[in-house]
Design a protein around this ligand. Structure first.
Ligand SMILES: [Zn+2]
Ligand SMILES: [Zn+2]
Length: 220
């Protein structure tokens, strides 16, 4: 790790283009991880079953992410980013680009939490970042939580999801996986009519005193 590599070199427009590309790449990576958890993960999946459980909970109770501590909310993306940084460094990719990718990546779930927060609970500069569309807005993220919850997986910006949806990217990848392996996406048990809410989620409702109104809203 040579600190000299942390200084961007080259014309300003090239550095800016690379930085924008990394910002969009972070969003795309967030989409790949989120999509794979939503569509193919299960509570029983070895090693990551616990993380999948958090995804399942998030679809049933989207506002739960605002009730847990900031550390609990951001730690999954923090550890994934540290992993990407370590692998990237081992592959000889250490430089300002890898550091920027890791720093932005660490904050994906924090940005996601802000997208679920009530605006008046957020500091003015976070609301300003959302208004400027530099981070994902609540309105944009709400599309993922609308029915049937199979689009808009990228959780960092407003810019990558529309492009992926135009090309029906996720459906195309799922089709390829089904053709090549026979594996099909799992059913989302948070969808209306998919059966009763799991008991462990109802237990959490008690613990966090979730109102009946919020439960009804989450289940429609
Ligand atoms: Zn999801
Ligand atoms: Zn969400």
């Amino acid at each position: 790790m040579d600190p000299v590599m942390l200084v961007p070199v080259g014309p300003w427009w090239s550095v800016l283009a690379q930085a924008i590309g990394i910002y969009l790449l972070v969003d795309f990576i967030s989409g790949i991880i989120h999509w794979s958890e939503d569509r193919y993960g299960a509570e029983t999946t070895p090693l990551i079953g616990n993380a999948i459980k958090k995804n399942i909970l998030h679809h049933h109770r989207p506002r739960h992410i605002t009730r847990i501590s900031l550390w609990e909310a951001m730690s999954p993306t923090l550890f994934i980013s540290l992993g990407i940084f370590a692998v990237g460094t081992l592959l000889g990719l250490f430089g300002w680009q890898l550091v920027l990718l890791s720093l932005l990546g660490m904050n994906v779930n924090t940005v996601h939490r802000w997208a679920h927060s009530i605006p008046k609970d957020l500091p003015w500069f976070i609301r300003a970042l959302q208004k400027a569309r530099l981070i994902q807005t609540p309105q944009h993220h709400a599309i993922h939580h609308g029915l049937p919850r199979v689009t808009h997986y990228c959780a960092f910006t407003n810019w990558v999801n529309p492009v992926l949806e135009v090309f029906r990217f996720w459906r195309g990848v799922e089709w390829c996986i089904a053709v090549l392996t026979g594996i099909r996406p799992r059913e989302d048990d948070s969808l209306p009519g998919a059966g009763p809410t799991p008991q462990w989620i109802l237990d959490l409702d008690e613990e966090y005193k979730v109102s009946a109104r919020e439960r009804r809203a989450a289940e429609s």
